[in-house]
Design a protein around this ligand. Structure first.
Ligand code: AMP
Ligand code: GLY
Length: 429
């Protein structure tokens, strides 16, 4: 089978690493990929929003399956584009259509979906510029802290936790009137603050059946002990100690099954991944958000723990035969430590030479923002790479990952040193 992966980060690197191990994979292409994905396939100079270019490439290279890594092409309708084209409609594409992608593309849509299907989530109300006055009144009778969310995609920056009414009114006005996030904040959700611990849960579905992947925890803030601004993710671990069998049963019954059934009831065809961001409040799961793709850097710890032939799993999902598959999860733990450019998540420089990559032997170096120039590998983004370690226990996985990190250097490289520590403590308790 010939496969095209769309995207260029650590998530797509990990897909390529896994998919290249399958005997069912013939040719593998990654568009646009990074310096590391060249180990597994051929990089193609195509952007995720260039549907015409992707379509042409797929036809010319007899691609059987397209795996869409990031959310933007899905929200923009890449599946619909393929389905409406005679020569592309038979191609297997992993990812939902425009309607299903609204679960991530609009927080108002996903909140209504959850309420309609009685999926546990924080209470919320939605306001627009026309109802700003009502929004301000609502903030006057709310408890604090409170969460304000821009409705649309805002590159992970559209959520603000306000500690008091004054701050909340300022943020609401900024989003609705000053259009802080452009069209994405033409609607704003005001949401109850949930006190708990976060967990990422991943599902692959063909619309009828589903497979539950290993759970993961990611570390979003730039600074040690979760301080400072949000990033795309500074590390991840799997499994997660507090996600007990009993808790995961609740997640499946109260969240996963109602989500799949809800999509069917609403006549929303859905083929692809669902990434459910949860808050564990006491022993109960609440959905914070849906994403219509895998997480990054969670993929870097989830996929290595899946023993199945991944190409086969995705083929089953595309053919609607996922009921015939059983997920085979490796008991061993995985941890990934993200190394970023100096300045990230603010502005940073690119083009610095990375050293020591070949010295990492007991862990997997996952490329993200990297670029090859002759024989050199250069930084080419904020999140440059991550190092994934494995081990029987999470402590071993973390040790392998951190050992690997020690070898990799470039001017201004930064990483967090506390990834997984909270979950380790959780284990000992
Ligand atoms: P989101 O973009 O919806 O994932 O939100 C970004 C982050 O904001 C989440 O990962 C949480 O840490 C936090 N967050 C979002 N919604 C809530 C909520 N209702 N209560 C507490 N924290 C939240
Ligand atoms: N790591 C969070 C995300 O991929 O959205």
């Amino acid at each position: 089978m010939n496969i095209l992966i769309i995207g260029s980060g650590g998530r797509e690197f990990t897909f390529a690493w896994k998919i290249s191990q399958s005997p069912n994979t013939e040719k593998l292409f990654i568009a646009p990929g990074n310096a590391g994905t060249e180990q597994f396939g051929e990089n193609v100079e195509l952007a995720g929003d260039d549907f015409d270019g992707i379509g042409k490439f797929v036809t010319e290279n007899r691609i059987d399956m397209v795996i869409v890594g990031p959310e933007a092409p899905l929200v923009d309708g890449i599946r619909d584009y393929f389905e409406n084209d005679e020569s592309l409609k038979e191609v297997m594409l992993i990812g939902p259509g425009k309607q299903g992608a609204m679960l991530e593309g609009s927080k108002d849509f996903s909140k209504e979906f959850m309420n309609r299907h009685e999926i546990p989530t924080a209470k919320a109300a939605t306001f627009t510029q026309n109802t700003l006055k009502e929004g301000i009144e609502y903030l006057g009778s709310s408890n604090y802290p409170i969460v304000l969310k821009a409705d649309g995609l805002a590159a992970g920056k559209g959520v603000v936790i306000a500690n008091d009414e004054e701050e909340a009114v300022a943020v609401l006005t900024e989003m609705l009137v000053n259009k802080k996030f452009g069209a994405a904040s033409s609607k704003v959700l005001i949401e109850e603050f949930l006190e708990g611990i976060e967990l990422s849960v991943f599902v692959l579905t063909d619309g009828k059946d589903y497979l539950l992947f290993p759970e993961a925890k990611d570390y979003k803030r730039i600074g040690e002990h979760d301080t400072g601004p949000n990033t795309g993710g500074m590390g991840a671990v799997s499994p997660v100690g507090f996600a007990s069998d009993d808790f995961m049963d609740r997640v499946e019954k109260k969240v996963v099954i109602p989500t799949i059934e809800g999509l069917q009831q609403d006549n929303i065809p859905y083929l692809g991944f669902i990434f459910i961001g949860l808050m564990k409040v006491g022993n109960e799961p609440y959905v914070i958000e849906y994403n219509v793709r895998m997480g990054d850097p969670e993929t870097q710890v989830v996929i290595p723990r899946i023993k199945n032939d991944f190409t086969e799993l995705l083929t089953s999902a595309a053919n609607g035969t996922l009921s015939k598959q059983k997920i085979d999860i490796d008991e061993d733990a995985a941890a990934t430590i993200v190394m970023v450019s100096e300045g990230y998540p603010g502005s940073y420089e690119k083009g610095r030479e990375i050293h020591g990559l070949a010295d990492v032997t007991d862990a997997l170096v996952v490329h993200a923002g990297t670029k090859r120039k002759d024989y050199k590998i250069l930084t080419n983004g904020g999140r440059v790479l991550s190092v994934t370690g494995r081990g029987q226990y999470l402590g071993d996985a973390l040790r392998h990952a951190y050992d690997g990190v020690q070898y990799v250097t470039w001017q201004g490289a930064y990483h967090r040193t506390d990834i997984g520590k909270d979950v380790l403590a959780d284990h000992i308790d």
